[in-house]
Ligand binder design. Structure first.
Ligand SMILES: Cc1ncc(COP(=O)(O)O)c(C=O)c1O
Length: 432
């Protein structure tokens, strides 16, 4: 009988830190009786089974209306499809309407979520062991995990209350160069980051683009939460401000449509010229990587998301206004409950502080004890409330006394009860 040693497997499998994505998605299942602030699962109150077939039918009708012959439609949905997908035209229209991002369909690759877009972009852009990825820290676990699985070194750039400082990015790129290495790309979530909920101010966005040009960096802009701003508070994406194709934009339909579709996209309009002198977009060239990871993306998911786009006239920003209001109500309920249980004027006594994002799915709390996985499990088991330890998100360590609260899939009532439970847990946990 074969018996494999765990330590003999790839570092990405052996490293316990790489379990964070699974832990975050499975905590709610492991502690079914606890109120879960542990994930960024979207609100599921409007998920309706009849919608699935409706949207797929809507997309098929759209193809018929466009004059596509029946046999071709059948082939498109049942057969292996084009590797880069078949709803790029619809996504291009959506990007123009929602974000004022103007790119041709051939600059878009439809992927299995943000996660595959990140894997494909990293695989293509990082060619030498000396290539380094700069990433905001703390960061979404998916980017560090994708880099680790590909053996890519990541350097963290610590963010402040307004996200990362572009001058820190420039300094980090120079420091990497001084070591004889090359900073190739920068990962950032400018709108309502995960885990902190920070938003990069407009001036910093403009400066970040200048720094990217000065330091020859590609910016990997990840934007799953940008639609969920308060009215009138949306900021232009880096990609919409990008005049010299510095930005590759990684999109996801997980929060704007539904995560089970596992659908996202990579916008990579950078021209790539080969040895014969012919030029294609980076998205077209990276098709080779996508083909070897997953071949094409699910045709059913593309049809369902395509149907949602067509039905909403390619305007997901308008289509998600009610949803955005749901999330903002939940954020406000979380902030109000925190202020009630931890009065700011008594912060010296209770030792609890938190940030106050303007939107998104997450906020972070600082507590006066080590808030690791063991503490979270005690909180879930004995107090009926789960959350995410922030140390999972820091690139180079840190966040040991910080908690991420994801409030997106709890009603305001459940949020009030959950924060009351959290207050009991925090009040009864000895300081260390
Ligand atoms: C920062 C960030 N990027 C991307 C995603 C979505 O990724 P995917 O499309 O792979 O579900 C999430 C979801 O939690 C996220 O928080």
């Amino acid at each position: 009988m074969v018996s494999l040693k765990h330590e003999s497997l790839h570092a990405g499998i052996v490293d316990p830190e790489m379990d964070s994505m699974r832990i975050l998605s499975e905590t709610a299942l492991r502690f079914p009786d606890a109120l879960s602030f542990s994930s960024g699962a979207p609100y599921d109150g409007n998920h309706d089974l009849t919608n699935l077939s409706f949207y797929i039918d809507r997309y098929i009708k759209h193809l018929r209306d466009s004059g596509m012959p029946e046999q071709r439609i059948t082939r498109l949905l049942f057969q292996y499809g084009p590797v880069n997908g078949f709803i790029q035209d619809e996504v291009a229209l959506m990007l123009k309407r929602d974000e004022n991002i103007d790119v041709p369909a051939e600059a878009i690759m439809i992927t299995h979520g943000f996660q595959e877009a990140a894997l494909v972009a990293l695989r293509g852009l990082f060619s030498s062991p000396d290539d380094v990825l700069l990433a905001v820290s703390p960061a979404y676990v998916g980017i560090r995990g994708a880099a680790r699985m590909l053996g890519i070194t990541v350097r963290g750039i610590t963010e402040g209350p307004d996200g990362m400082d572009p001058e820190d990015v420039a300094a980090a790129a120079r420091a990497v160069r001084a070591e004889g290495k090359r900073a190739v790309a920068l990962y950032v979530v400018p709108d309502f980051s995960n885990p902190s909920g920070t938003v990069l101010p407009l001036q910093a966005r403009e400066r970040l683009l200048e720094v990217a040009a000065e330091e020859d960096l590609i910016i990997l802009e990840d934007n799953p939460y940008g639609l969920f701003a308060r009215d009138g508070e949306s900021k232009p994406t880096l990609k919409s401000l990008d005049t010299d194709q510095r930005v590759a934009y990684l999109g996801s339909f997980a929060k704007s449509a539904f995560p089970g579709a596992r659908l996202g996209y990579l916008v990579a309009d950078q021209p790539v010229t080969d040895a014969t002198g012919s030029t294609r977009t980076l998205a077209q060239v990276l098709s080779k990587a996508k083909a070897m990871f997953t071949v094409g993306s699910s045709t059913l998911s593309q049809a369902a998301i395509g149907g949602i786009l067509v039905e909403n006239d390619y305007d997901l920003r308008s289509a998600t206004r009610e949803l955005a209001a749901v999330y903002i109500e939940r954020l406000d309920a979380t902030l109000a409950a925190l202020a009630e249980h931890f009065p700011p004027e008594r912060s010296a006594e209770h030792g609890v502080r938190w940030n106050t994002p303007r939107g998104g799915f997450f906020l972070t709390i600082t507590v006066p004890f080590t808030a690791d996985l063991a503490a979270m499990e005690r909180s879930a088991r004995d107090y009926g409330v789960s959350w995410a330890p922030m140390n999972m998100f820091y690139i180079d360590g840190g966040g040991d006394r910080e908690i991420r609260l994801g409030f997106s899939n709890l009603t305001p009532e459940a949020i009030r009860e959950g924060i009351a439970r959290l207050a009991r847990f925090i009040g009864e946990t000895p300081r260390d």
